[in-house]
Design a protein around this ligand. Structure first.
Ligand SMILES: Nc1nc2c(ncn2[C@@H]2O[C@H](COP(=O)(O)OP(=O)(O)OP(=O)(O)O)[C@@H](O)[C@H]2O)c(=O)[nH]1
Ligand SMILES: [Mg+2]
Length: 304
């Protein structure tokens, strides 16, 4: 089964991202009716709904201390159907086989990640999840995109780490060849977009791009600019030419934000509203999350 790993710098918004992903999956399932399916063991649902309830209560969402540190969440869709942003395309007639993508939810993988990077790509459990044919979802804190100094943007603090991570993945794939070439799709989640400084924002996308949901063109533009201006070492690693046994794809960039209640407190209270179907929901870019879920669906249903 293909798998997706979520990594991010400390404080980059990984936990918030999981809470919002959960809200989106609930809403998406309602819209897609009998199409896409999510399977999660009760412990994974408990953790996700706990994170979500913390948003609602205005508490800083934390992984519950009594929950396992790593949990699977499975996205399933019919094989042969390439997910599209049109609803319902994942509907499978009875008897059609389904393909799955496992999203590995982890309390923290900072240490495993650090070990993998400093070993230059040793095939640990982390390396195995990374190369098991899926996606690497990276939360990139947009508020850390430094405005251009002297017209030259300053690289994001995580640029070199991300580049080393990709280098490690290539090395691990070379050291442990597999009969079929592996693919790794890089997905960048640009978190805290509400806190990005205006000059950095305009270095990413032209004025006028809405923060509610990007178009295909905005997404492409932001990915290109993010790499060229803020993630130069990561970009160099991606453009480094084909690597034996590993096909690096992407990156695809999705944005994420929430709206804090004013005055901003700590922990932050989120602005939200009651919906008749799903109860309370924070303000966040659902359309971005919906596109991301569609994208993950495409990764799982692509022949790999
Ligand atoms: N304004 C704003 N703040 C955010 C957003 N996402 C996260 N934050 C803030 O950033 C802080 C860190 O976010 P987390 O989701 O806890 O980050 P994390 O990567 O899980 O952090 P650790 O697990 O502590 O490494 C939170 O306390 C929020 O206050 C966002 O979209 N907008
Ligand atoms: Mg966290």
């Amino acid at each position: 089964m293909a798998s997706a790993l979520i990594v991010g710098d400390r404080g980059s918004g990984r936990t918030f991202f999981l809470g919002l992903l959960y809200a989106s999956m609930v809403r998406y399932s309602g819209e897609a009716r009998d199409g896409l399916r999510f399977h999660a063991p009760p412990a994974a649902l408990d953790v996700l709904s706990h994170l979500y309830e913390s948003f609602r209560a205005g508490e800083g969402p934390e992984w519950p201390s009594n929950a396992p540190g790593s949990l699977p969440l499975t996205l399933e869709m019919p094989s042969g159907h390439h997910g599209s942003r049109l609803q319902g395309l994942w509907h499978a007639p009875p008897g059609v086989s389904r393909r799955a993508l496992e999203i590995v939810l982890e309390r923290s993988n900072a240490e495993e990640l650090q070990q993998f990077v400093s070993s230059g790509g040793a095939m640990t459990g982390f390396g195995q999840s990374l190369l098991s044919g899926g996606a690497l979802l990276v939360t990139v804190d947009a508020s850390a995109l430094a405005p251009p100094a002297d017209g030259r943007p300053v690289p994001h603090p995580w640029d070199s780490m991300l580049a080393q991570l990709l280098r490690g993945a290539k090395q691990a794939a070379r050291d442990h060849p597999s009969p079929t070439p592996r693919r790794l799709s890089l997905v960048l989640i640009l978190t805290k977009y509400d806190r990005i400084a205006p000059p950095s924002r305009s270095a990413l996308v032209r004025d006028g791009a809405t923060a509610d949901g990007w178009t295909e063109a905005t997404r492409k533009e932001a990915s290109d600019n993010l790499l060229a201006r803020f993630l130069p070492s990561t970009r160099a690693e991606l453009l480094d030419g084909p690597s034996a046994g590993l096909l690096l794809e992407g990156p695809w960039t999705f944005l994420s934000w929430v709206r804090p209640e004013a005055p901003v407190s700590s922990p932050m209270r989120l602005r939200g509203h009651e919906t008749s179907e799903r109860g309370w929901e924070p303000e966040y870019p659902y359309l971005e999350y919906r596109d991301l879920i569609d994208h993950l669906g495409r990764l799982a249903s692509a022949d790999r």
